[in-house]
Design a protein around this ligand. Structure first.
Ligand code: AMP
Length: 218
């Protein structure tokens, strides 16, 4: 049975890490809006150019563009067959409503909506040292999880980079945007009785175990 799950939470809470684990272990396709935007920027597409100006400032890309981009991916055969782990989408109530409409129209049920929760100070700490691999997407941290060789990925030997939007001023703005726009999304799913809240201030495996339990109970 394909699994369909939404991960919601502030930037840096570990949505990407958990989405990758869920894809690896349960086979559902990871759909990370931030990753998709960054690959559009890398490929220098029109969508990428448009998105970049918002992303670099820590603001949200407009709903219309984001919804269209995600719905297109939800409709692919691969995602229909394997299910999905949504990471970073929906981030506004408008996006959540558009997603509900799409899933209702297609008769696709959601298995779980998981809210990963940590305090703001922890977000700032985690993002301030975050380093990512340009190729395989592995995530490191300057203090808590440094690569063996500085600037090089342990897994695939590609160069590592610091995201433009992981600079301190932008991190604060992304947190502000989260509280203003994405907290209401959490309330939206709580109101529908669909939400599982998980303490994400734990090691990745412990967070994964909590998500697996939530899925089992859903
Ligand atoms: P992330 O990798 O999830 O932290 O996303 C990086 C950036 O991409 C965000 O700060 C936003 O600028 C943009 N972005 C990602 N997902 C969305 C979304 N669902 N709606 C609007 N903007 C988004």
């Amino acid at each position: 049975m394909p699994i369909r799950i939404i991960l919601v939470g502030p930037p840096g809470v570990g949505k990407g890490t958990q989405a990758a684990l869920l894809e690896e272990r349960l086979g559902a396709k990871q759909l990370s809006s931030g990753v998709i935007f960054r690959s559009e920027i890398e490929a220098e597409t029109d969508l990428g150019q448009l998105a970049k100006s918002y992303i670099d400032r820590g603001e949200l890309v407009p709903n219309g563009i984001t919804i269209q981009m995600m719905v297109k991916r939800l409709r692919t055969d691969d995602v229909r067959q394997r299910g999905f782990v949504l990471d970073g989408f929906p981030r506004t109530v408008r996006q959540a409503e558009a997603l509900s409409e799409e899933l209702d129209k297609e008769g696709i049920p959601l298995d779980a909506v998981v809210s990963l929760e940590v305090d703001d100070e922890i977000v700032v700490e985690r993002l301030s040292g975050r380093i990512g691999c340009t190729k395989c997407g592995e995530i490191y941290h300057a203090i808590t999880k440094p690569p063996k060789r500085e600037g090089i990925c342990d897994k695939c030997n590609s160069p590592l980079f610091v995201r433009e939007d992981d600079k301190p001023e932008t991190i604060r703005e992304r947190l502000r945007v989260f509280h203003e726009n994405t907290r209401p999304v959490i309330d939206y799913y709580a109101g529908k009785g669909k939400l599982s809240r998980i303490d994400a201030n734990q090691a990745p495996e412990a967070v994964y175990a909590s998500i697996a339990t939530a899925l089992g109970e859903a």
